[in-house]
Design a protein around this ligand. Structure first.
Ligand SMILES: Nc1nc2c(c(=O)[nH]1)N[C@H]1C(S)=C(S)[C@@H](COP(=O)(O)O)O[C@H]1N2
Ligand SMILES: [Mo]
Length: 203
């Protein structure tokens, strides 16, 4: 059910911007927004790798990835289809902490990152936006393993962008010398996806 913001919610979020961005409605549900079939990836067969402008195409298995520094973040989720969900606890590895691990392998010429998902979905962001303090590889939602339909075992979550900027079932990150549109970006959605400016469509 979509409603206007309940009265008990604060006016602003932890970033000082509106708790409910313009044009959004509040929901306690968590709708599933997937284009195409849901890939099932067992943790034993799961791996994340880096490619593109890297000196080594390094790969992490589940155990190795879970040994990276873990963070829990309280965050809101905004979908371009006008629903927002508030105050979930997301747990996983911040991209900026992953970057500490890989920085030495990535060429200084890399300016953009393509997230590639199992199943073929892709979305692009500038490296500097990936490095924002809250961009995360998430494996748990409210202390429970992330449900498969929401991207388990691991997804990317970008709280300050509309939902499509985070790939569910993340499989690899490609470091690129210039920008390149991902799946929804190619299909008319905004390249920047800032919910507070209602950057919904590619102008
Ligand atoms: N792999 C993959 N990731 C994806 C998508 C998708 O179709 N496939 N949809 C995106 C869109 S449009 C949104 S709004 C969010 C939705 O996440 P949810 O299904 O957990 O609500 O995932 C994003 N990541
Ligand atoms: Mo979406």
């Amino acid at each position: 059910m979509l409603t206007n913001k309940p009265k008990e919610l604060p006016e602003s979020n932890q970033y000082g911007t509106a708790k409910l961005p313009p044009g959004q409605l509040y929901t306690e549900k968590f709708p599933v927004m997937t284009y195409g079939p849901t890939p099932i990836v067992e943790k034993e067969h799961w791996g994340l790798h880096i490619h593109g402008l890297v000196s080594e195409e390094k790969k992490w298995n589940w155990e190795e990835f879970m040994a990276l520094p873990q963070t829990t973040l309280k965050a809101d989720f905004h979908c371009v289809t006008h629903w927002s969900r508030f105050d979930d606890d997301w747990t996983g590895v911040l991209f900026k902490d992953f970057w500490t691990e890989i920085q030495g392998l990535v060429s200084p010429d890399a300016t953009h990152v393509m997230q590639h998902a199992y199943g073929g979905y892709r979305t692009n962001l500038p490296l500097t936006w990936m490095l924002e303090e809250d961009v995360m590889f998430a494996h748990s939602l409210n202390r429970e393993p992330l449900p498969t339909e929401h991207g388990g075992p691991l997804r990317i979550f970008t709280p300050k962008r509309y939902g499509w900027k985070g790939a569910k079932w993340i499989e690899s990150l490609e470091f690129m010398p210039k920008d390149k549109p991902g799946f929804w970006e190619q299909n008319g959605y905004s390249n920047s996806a800032n919910p507070w400016n209602e950057e919904r469509y590619w102008e």
